[in-house]
Design a protein around this ligand. Structure first.
Ligand SMILES: [Zn+2]
Length: 361
């Protein structure tokens, strides 16, 4: 029941007590109390917490990775990371990597006072984070884009569901869109429009007009995205990026090869446990949920974190616990939804998350 040792790369998104501005907050937001409990758990476990760059460099040199190692990732660049995650990471002395999508970085040259405003970090805050030893900024693409593919519409936009299909608005709004949550309802694609089936834009060919892209077209889009990330990082942070985080962890083999050719040391989207038999250029991550049993409990979150880490490290005895927690969570959430009169819980198509070794956003 013990597999080859792995490294647990834990992925967070929003760290907030009030992230209602995010339509997918129930799936990706971890409360400040739970996050603090997680960091206390890491401390109590006495696990070595490595930065991504150090971990990748050690793997590529062939150095032994410290047993039971953990790496911390934060996706999407939410402002609450600056307000609530960074101070606790600094307090504990834990390294971490923050992945940002260029079109969602807010304008502004001033570091802002931490508060509970919605939105994303600006480059001044990202520079301030990178100035802290152990904390790193790396790219998460440009626009977190999905692309339409051929097929029957999956829905029609209305006042209730348009936020579930925000990718349509984003895809129709080239350029900065950090303020999407302040824009009027369905600002770019009107209500009543058909929602086509879609895939992750950096992982699959999609429709260009009415024509399906070729694999070569996809490769061009991936190369353009990685180029733009490199250029923007050089301008804003004075260095090239080293690690690339694919939106929703979806990529193609060709995309990985392009990233490697362009000098990226590693990219996300792996489906393993970062064992030494796996490619050092592929990072396998696991999403850290909150309310693991469907309700708030710092003790349950601490136990859930131990289970996630233990499973990634190769201890299969933790899997039944993970499955039981996942089932309990679904039952509790569905029951609450029914009691509230809203029918069964609907899984969001863009950000559905389960406690799984393969799936993170
Ligand atoms: Zn993301």
């Amino acid at each position: 029941m013990i597999l080859a040792p792995g490294t647990a790369i834990l992925t967070y998104h929003s760290i907030s007590d009030d992230a209602a501005w995010l339509p997918w907050s129930k799936d990706i937001t971890v409360s400040r109390q739970s996050f603090a409990a997680h960091l206390q758990t890491l401390k109590a476990m006495a696990v070595p917490v490595l930065s991504t760059r150090d971990y990748v460099a050690m793997r590529q040199r062939g150095d032994a990775i410290p047993p039971r190692a953990v790496v911390l990732h934060f996706d999407d660049g939410y402002f609450d990371n600056w307000c609530h995650a960074v101070p606790l990471l600094v307090q504990h002395g834990f390294p971490a990597t923050f992945f940002v999508s260029l079109n969602f970085v807010e304008p502004g040259d001033q570091v802002r006072t931490p508060d509970d405003r919605p939105g994303y970090m600006c480059w001044a805050e990202l520079r301030a984070i990178e100035a802290i030893p152990g904390l790193e900024i790396e790219p998460h693409g440009i626009d977190h884009a999905r692309i339409a593919v051929a097929g029957a519409p999956v829905a029609r936009l209305n006042a209730e569901n348009w936020r579930d299909h925000l990718w349509l608005q984003w895809a129709a709004s080239p350029g900065p869109k950090h303020d999407w949550h302040c824009r009027p309802m369905a600002w770019a694609v009107p209500l009543g429009s058909a929602v086509p089936p879609s895939r992750l834009a950096l992982a699959s060919p999609g429709l260009s007009g009415t024509t399906m892209e070729t694999e070569s077209d996809l490769a061009t889009r991936v190369r353009t995205t990685l180029d733009q990330c490199s250029a923007t990082f050089a301008r804003e942070l004075g260095r090239r990026p080293l690690i690339f985080c694919w939106p929703e962890n979806k990529c193609s083999a060709a995309g990985r090869a392009i990233a490697h050719q362009m000098g990226y040391a590693a990219t996300t989207g792996g489906k393993g446990r970062n064992a030494t038999v796996e490619a050092s250029s592929v990072l396998s991550r696991i999403h850290v949920p909150d309310r693991s049993l469907g309700f708030a409990s710092p003790r349950a979150e601490a136990f859930a974190l131990r289970a996630l880490i233990g499973a990634m490290h190769g201890n299969l005895y933790w899997y039944p616990a993970l499955l039981a927690m996942q089932l309990t969570r679904r039952v509790v959430r569905s029951a609450r939804q029914i009691i509230a009169g809203g029918g069964r819980t609907k899984r969001r198509p863009l950000r559905s998350v389960t406690i799984s070794m393969e799936q993170t956003t």
